[in-house]
Write a protein that binds this ligand. Structure first.
Ligand code: SF4
Length: 281
């Protein structure tokens, strides 16, 4: 891909996500403040009663609450800094797990109370998850990369059965599957199509990938990211010009960009090892 096209594409991806990132940062900050307030109340309420049990009991509980508050504040701050600086800070290596397991469910509840649509919260979570995966700054051998696609990308009138063998596609290019097959061959990565969560899980268990590049809607992507943790998932949202689950589309340029980011470059690796062999000789 030319450098200009690459810059244009990155700007396009970035601008489509700016609002989602702000929403996520707003929600994560408010949620963590709320958690801290709840923790303070947890300490305050029994405070009076605890005095009667033991003079030190309330202070021990106070210490536990303080540590919990510090932990919550650290997690939120590290997460926000990670998003803003696009790299891991404040020992935030495990922050993706925290964000997936704790913050997303809390943010969904809190966002609902504020009347923010679930879809918006999910898409901001997907964006942030992608940035956390990117901030790990890792590349993977092609055989350990799985491109996981939803069944709805296949043209609804196509009679080919792809779920168990994606190579049944005759590559007429009437839907994105043909282009995705070409990309998977070019990069040497696995490509699989799932009709639902159960099949997706089975594919992941069988192939044991080190990273998943998944295309889906907000709902399936965010639940997939949660289900497959700790395997990192880089999510690309599909386009739905015909509505959900029918003849959906995906920008192949975005998928290619993601593959370039995560797949180890075989040509470069071969050149390096050839140069090393020549030097050692
Ligand atoms: S590219 Fe053609 S053959 Fe392949 S899945 Fe799409 S419509 Fe069917």
């Amino acid at each position: 891909m030319s450098e200009q096209k690459e810059i244009f594409l990155e700007k396009e991806i970035e601008s489509s996500f700016v609002a989602r990132k702000r929403l996520f940062i707003g929600l994560i900050t408010t949620t963590s403040i709320l958690v801290c307030l709840i923790l303070v109340f947890l300490w305050l309420i029994p405070f009076v009663g605890l005095q009667n049990i033991h003079p030190a009991a309330s202070w021990i509980l106070g210490l536990a609450v303080t540590l919990s508050i510090l932990f919550t504040a650290w997690a939120a701050l590290a997460l926000v800094l990670n998003i803003l600086l696009k790299r891991q800070v404040l020992f935030s290596g495990k922050i993706r797990g925290l964000s997936i397991r704790i913050f997303l469910p809390l943010m969904t509840i809190f966002g609902r109370l504020l009347g923010i649509p679930k879809q918006k919260i999910r898409s901001s979570f997907i964006k942030v998850n992608n940035e956390l995966v990117l901030s790990e700054n890792k590349k993977y051998p092609p055989g350990k990369v799985l491109m996981l696609m939803p069944h709805c990308l296949q043209k609804s009138t196509c009679s080919r059965r792809l779920t168990y063998n994606v190579n049944n596609c005759k590559r007429c290019h009437e839907c994105a599957i043909a282009g995705l097959l070409e990309l998977s061959e070019e990069f040497g990565v696995h490509l699989a199509i799932a009709t639902g969560g159960t099949i997706a899980r089975r594919i992941v268990v069988n192939l044991r990938p080190k990273i998943i590049l998944a295309v889906a809607c907000e709902r399936d992507l965010s639940s997939g990211i949660q289900d497959t943790y700790p395997i990192p998932v880089y999510g690309v949202l599909n386009d739905r010009p015909m509505g959900p689950c029918l003849d959906t589309q995906v920008a192949l340029d975005h998928v290619r960009r993601a593959l370039e980011l995560f797949v180890q470059n075989q040509t470069v690796d071969k050149k390096v090892s050839a140069a090393e062999t020549a030097t050692s000789n």
